[in-house]
Design a protein around this ligand. Structure first.
Ligand code: ATR
Length: 287
């Protein structure tokens, strides 16, 4: 997207960046720079390939150089919890940091991923989560955050399925302790659910199988399917869900909402959501 409204870089330009490995595919620079342009802010957002062994040095370096903030992506979100001066409530609650704000109070870690998950589900699928029955696929970092966030929204029942079953069982145990009113089990549901959500990485590659074993659970048993993957726009799971007449959405809404919240944390201004969505779609799909 053209960023002609961005004030020219000068000695007062504020900097933010995403750090991760790999990071070159990230849509965040396009999304944030478009937002700065829309608001006429003299800010820039960059992407840095940073290996885990250099994460602490990168955070300290950005802090020393007066960066406004950082986003953290794979594989840094858990490691960074120990590397900031203070944790916001959001980072304490979800146990992961995807956003750091630098300021007089040092480096403060936030989590903007968790709220983005439920906001995107509500907006894109028009689904009420309170009282809903959900089958969640995946128990890695993204799966854990999704499971805990869904539980905190008072879903009625949560079924957790993962290749490594012990990881699903561990999350189920944590949910039983933290959200005792939610019925949680590892394994497939027998009856209908309101939502199937993919939080595995299966679908990112063209030759990946669907993360859902349809011999164990038919897509006729759900009203809606959300895939956290946004590249490709339509995974095998989403294509099958459409064919089964489910309501579907991919993860682009999540990407936009986690970025919008980070923008607000850094700038103190309301994020131009539609500008950010268009820029993210432009960057990911070449629209
Ligand atoms: P993220 O931070 O994106 O969640 P992660 O923590 O590595 O990344 O989690 C990846 C998820 O995708 C896990 O649920 C993983 O299953 P395991 O816990 O069994 O590893 C799942 N996943 C990755 N590759 C998979 C595959 N080939 N088949 C099934 N599940 C897979």
């Amino acid at each position: 997207m053209p960023q002609s409204n961005l004030p020219a870089i000068n000695a007062s330009t504020r900097l933010c960046a995403v750090i991760g490995s790999p990071v070159r595919h990230s849509a965040s620079p396009a999304m944030h720079n478009a937002a700065y342009a829309a608001l006429g802010l003299n800010w820039r957002y960059l992407a840095f390939e940073v290996d885990s062994k250099n994460l602490r040095a990168a955070i300290e370096g950005a802090k020393a150089m007066g960066f406004a903030g950082l986003n953290l992506t794979v594989p840094h979100k858990l490691l960074a919890v120990e590397m900031v001066d203070e944790l916001d409530e959001s980072a304490k609650t979800w146990g992961a940091v995807n956003t750091i704000r630098f300021g007089p109070d040092g480096a403060v870690g936030f989590n903007t991923d968790a709220d983005a998950i439920t906001r995107a589900i509500r907006e894109d699928l028009e689904l009420e989560l309170r009282g809903a029955k959900v089958l969640l696929l995946g128990a890695g970092g993204a799966g854990r955050t999704a499971a805990l966030k869904l539980a905190s929204e008072n879903v009625a029942e949560l079924f957790l399925v993962n290749r490594t079953q012990s990881k699903a069982e561990e999350i189920a145990k944590e949910i039983k302790k933290r959200f005792p009113s939610v019925r949680v089990a590892s394994g497939f549901p027998k009856a209908m659910v309101d939502l199937v959500m993919n939080a595995t990485s299966l679908g990112l590659k063209a030759d990946d199988a669907s993360p859902l074993d349809e011999k164990q659970f038919s897509l006729k048993q759900t009203r809606a399917v959300y895939d956290m993957i946004y590249q490709p726009a339509e995974t095998k799971l989403l294509a099958a869900a459409k064919a089964a007449d489910c309501k579907t959405a991919n993860g682009i809404g999540m990407l936009v909402h986690q970025g919008a919240k980070a923008f607000e944390i850094w700038t103190g201004k309301s994020a131009p959501l539609e500008v950010m969505r268009r820029a993210a779609e432009g960057s990911v799909y070449g629209l």
